[in-house]
Design a protein around this ligand. Structure first.
Ligand code: FES
Length: 135
């Protein structure tokens, strides 16, 4: 293997480790702040979990989901009870915490404790295959 080939492969591997979500969309993924309060990033939804209805992923502390009808939702990923990352449940179109089973509506409103405060909801806009998630 030539030096140039080796460096190219190491570079690809490092990119996958550092940012697997953005790797498939180098032109469509913008880095964002790590603070959900200042969230503003884009995701290429042509591949990965958000390419199919019912899929979801967590990026920069935000859970982004695609409903069974193809709409996009974005809320804070950390449960407001003790901070465990929540899951999106497409069949009931809500968010459930796997730790103590708190439930939140599709807009982040608590529907079952022990959590007693709502998730922060983020805005989304879709342009082609580029989904912008922002405060
Ligand atoms: S951490 Fe989510 S319900 Fe307790």
């Amino acid at each position: 293997m030539k030096r140039k080939e080796f460096l190219a492969q190491v570079g690809v591997g490092a990119a996958l480790v550092l940012d697997p979500i953005c790797f498939g969309s180098l032109s469509g993924c913008k880095k964002s702040s790590t603070s959900p309060a200042n969230t503003d990033f884009t995701i290429d939804v042509s591949t990965g979990e958000l390419s199919k209805n019912g899929g979801f992923l967590i990026k920069d502390g935000v859970l982004v989901a695609r409903t069974n009808s193809g709409a996009f939702l974005a809320v804070t990923a950390a449960c407001t009870h003790e901070g465990t990352n929540i899951n999106y449940v497409a069949s009931s179109n809500n968010f459930v915490c796997p730790n103590h089973n708190a439930k939140f509506s599709s807009t982040g409103v608590v529907t079952q404790g022990p959590a007693n405060s709502n998730l922060t909801q983020y805005k989304t806009t879709l342009t082609g295959n580029s989904l912008r998630v922002f405060s």
